[in-house]
Design a protein around this ligand. Structure first.
Ligand code: M6R
Length: 365
């Protein structure tokens, strides 16, 4: 049931404040200001030597963001790869490592094969899944559920932000267990994460503005998305979403990688979407953005008030979110990124819920 929405995807984008809240309630103890494990999950991060993550598509990008969090907040080294590569590359693994598989459907063939590889090699298996009765959930030792509810649109939206909510919570928990976060630091991060649903509501208010940008984006043949740190995987996610929904070619890049090749593409007909909240890495991203501007590139900056002012660009093409703690930005900035792809595709008249050549669940390799 699409309710009052035109597409399942629109409904699922708008459900995010609620389902992120449901998911966080399983992983955060707001009274104690601590991260917790969901019911039935037992895992000790303190003695782990490494975390190995594998997934496909959007779930893989959630894992990439998780890598930054586990390394930053828990000093836990992370190895991550897309499942179609992971399953055949013969990664040396050893006991004392946790393997984590991320999947909305819990049925993705490559992800399942990667899980079985790690099982054969004696690793503990964790699964971040949205479908609790799925094969991946059943074959895992520990299940970390996302409480996104059924996701019908082929493009993953609410499952992605719920995966991020789970990974951020687990990284905080791991940080405490491994002695890298003080009680005060944990309380601050938990308090920040708890703001996600409210921030998501604010992000959804940008929809009308984003809809107005769609016609000009739809004229492009190519688009670039740039970001750094945790917003680099979000740039990859933005490009994937736009490709699968609107069939416009797009690539995501780490902003710092621009001058190693892709800057040669810059001209006014290739819009560049820069994801840059005013955080610890903002200055670096903005200097990459100015290189684009200097070469006549058309920029759409997704930022906050401070970031907008410090950018040196005009007000024109700017999507402005409220300022928020750094841990929140990939979760909340995912929403305008989804809306850009959604409205561009709607404007172009493609089949948003069922894009050509794609299946919701990829059960063959
Ligand atoms: O069900 P899964 O999370 O394992 O699916 C993984 C990918 O197939 C999926 O995220 C795909 O990339 C989406 N269509 C992206 O919107």
């Amino acid at each position: 049931d699409k309710g009052n929405y035109r597409h399942y995807m629109a409904k699922e984008i708008h459900e995010q404040p609620e389902v992120i809240g449901h998911t966080l309630s399983r992983y955060l103890d707001l009274g104690a200001k601590k991260a917790k494990l969901p019911d039935g999950a037992a895992i000790d991060f303190s003695k782990l030597t490494r975390l190995v993550i594998s997934a496909c598509g959007t779930a893989f990008y959630a894992g990439l963001i998780g890598k930054y969090w586990f390394e930053r907040y828990a000093r836990l080294p992370v190895e991550i790869d897309i499942a179609s590569e992971f399953r055949y590359r013969e990664l040396p693994v050893s006991e004392g490592e946790l393997a984590l598989f991320i999947s909305q459907s819990g049925e993705t063939a490559d992800t399942l094969a990667s899980l079985r590889y790690c099982r054969q090699h004696g690793l503990t298996i964790g699964a971040v899944v949205n479908v609790p009765e799925s094969t991946i959930a059943r074959e895992a030792d520990v299940v970390f559920p996302t409480i996104a509810g059924p996701e019908i649109g082929v493009a993953s939206t609410k499952a992605f932000t719920c995966q991020l909510a789970v990974l951020a919570s687990l990284a905080i928990l791991a940080g405490r267990q491994r002695g890298h976060l003080s009680d005060a630091q944990e309380a601050e991060l938990v308090g920040a994460l708890a703001e996600a649903p409210g921030r998501a509501v604010q992000a959804l208010k940008l929809e009308a503005q984003i809809e107005r940008l769609a016609p000009s984006l739809a004229r492009a043949k190519d688009l670039l998305y740039l970001g750094r740190s945790t917003n680099y995987p979000l740039a990859l996610e933005g490009a994937l979403k736009l490709k699968e929904l609107s069939y416009i070619h797009a690539e995501g890049y780490a902003a710092g990688e621009l001058k190693h090749g892709p800057i040669a593409l810059i001209e006014e007909n290739i819009p560049v979407i820069v994801i840059a909240p005013h955080d610890s890495i903002y200055e670096k991203t903005v200097s990459n953005m100015q290189e684009v501007a200097a070469r006549g590139g058309r920029i759409l900056l997704v930022t906050d008030d401070k970031g907008g002012e410090a950018s040196g660009l005009g007000h024109k093409d700017r999507i402005v979110l409220p300022e928020m703690p750094e841990i929140l930005s990939p979760i909340v900035y995912a929403i305008p990124i989804q809306l850009i792809a959604y409205h561009t595709a709607v404007f172009m008249g493609t089949d948003v819920d069922q894009p050509r050549n794609l299946a919701k669940s990829v059960t063959v390799e």
